[in-house]
Design a protein around this ligand. Sequence first.
Ligand SMILES: NC(=O)c1ccc[n+]([C@@H]2O[C@H](COP(=O)([O-])OP(=O)(O)OC[C@H]3O[C@@H](n4cnc5c(N)ncnc54)[C@H](OP(=O)(O)O)[C@@H]3O)[C@@H](O)[C@H]2O)c1
Length: 325
Amino acid sequence: MQTTILGRTNLTVSRMGLGAGGHSRIGRNAGLTDAQSADLVRRTLDHGVNFIDTAEGYGTEAIIGQALQGRDRTSVVLSTKKSTRHEQVTPNALQTSLDQSLKHLRTDYIDLYNLHGVVPQDYAYLVNDIYPALQKAQQQGKIRFVGLSEMFNEDFEHTMLQQALADDLWDVLMVGFNLLNQTARANVFAQAIAQNVGIQIMFAVRKALSHPDNLRAFTDALVEKGQIDPADLRLSSGLRRAQSSRRSLDAFPDFLLAEAPSLPDAAYRFCRDEPGVHVVLSGTGNAAHLDANLASFARPPLTQQTRNRLIHIFRRVNSTTGQAV
Ligand SMILES: NC(=O)c1ccc[n+]([C@@H]2O[C@H](COP(=O)([O-])OP(=O)(O)OC[C@H]3O[C@@H](n4cnc5c(N)ncnc54)[C@H](OP(=O)(O)O)[C@@H]3O)[C@@H](O)[C@H]2O)c1
């Protein structure tokens, strides 16, 4: 597993991070038992992933804590998040929640503590009233670095993160990015590189890139909206075929899948090799998908020609996150 330095945190992190939320919640939504989910986490760590993202809202912190038993705490970078939506976060509530996260994770410090799913309209309040509580927790040694995750499904072009970068208070940012919506390149990564801010990617696969039938529905809608030029798709015979074929992913001989065994594979590698990106989160509750994703992160970059085609095809897209058509 390739590693990198997570920006100004100076932490060494694996390029693949295990996301314990999303639709899979490490198997909670597929009916895995706690022990089976904990096994999935341990399997991930055993293959060289040292980065785990969770959140108080996911209901998976305690499983991560269980999976880490008997392991060297310093061998893992733990990221968790405090919900900021549908409740008024107060400094006291943050402290209570942080203590609960520490208890669930069975640790006395959290590497990255993030405000979760911050919407632009809440940002000023969180900076003024909650950021000092984060600093206090840092002074107490309960958290090492502070970060933000965005509400990508409501903020398709990263308005909140642009404000956050202008303030330069945050060590790490969790950003929505995938080959459909590449707006973070100009709106977030350029500045984050200049400021050496750590970047974690979410939504690399999500729904749109988990299966070619889903991709077809998304690209059809984007053509309909005028955000993709159908001529670009025709030129890129690969995606065209991916859109029209009902066969299994492995059977696609298109320009993208000629280099990749599956759409999720291509999607993760596309994000991994984007300049400015440090960690790409992969969320799964399926052991076979986990093994495939671990293999994806060991593969070389997509060719520059393929990257350029993908950048060109989706250059105008700013109306989807890959979750809903
Ligand atoms: N605002 C926020 O702060 C926020 C929002 C969303 C996510 N996150 C974080 O980001 C992490 C990643 O989330 P994401 O949902 O965007 O993850 P993702 O890795 O882009 O997509 C996960 C989806 O793809 C499927 N999948 C994964 N590998 C696959 C494979 N090899 N073949 C086919 N399907 C595959 C999963 O289903 P299976 O379970 O069937 O594999 C799941 O439905 C989350 O776990 C969470 O930690 C944060």
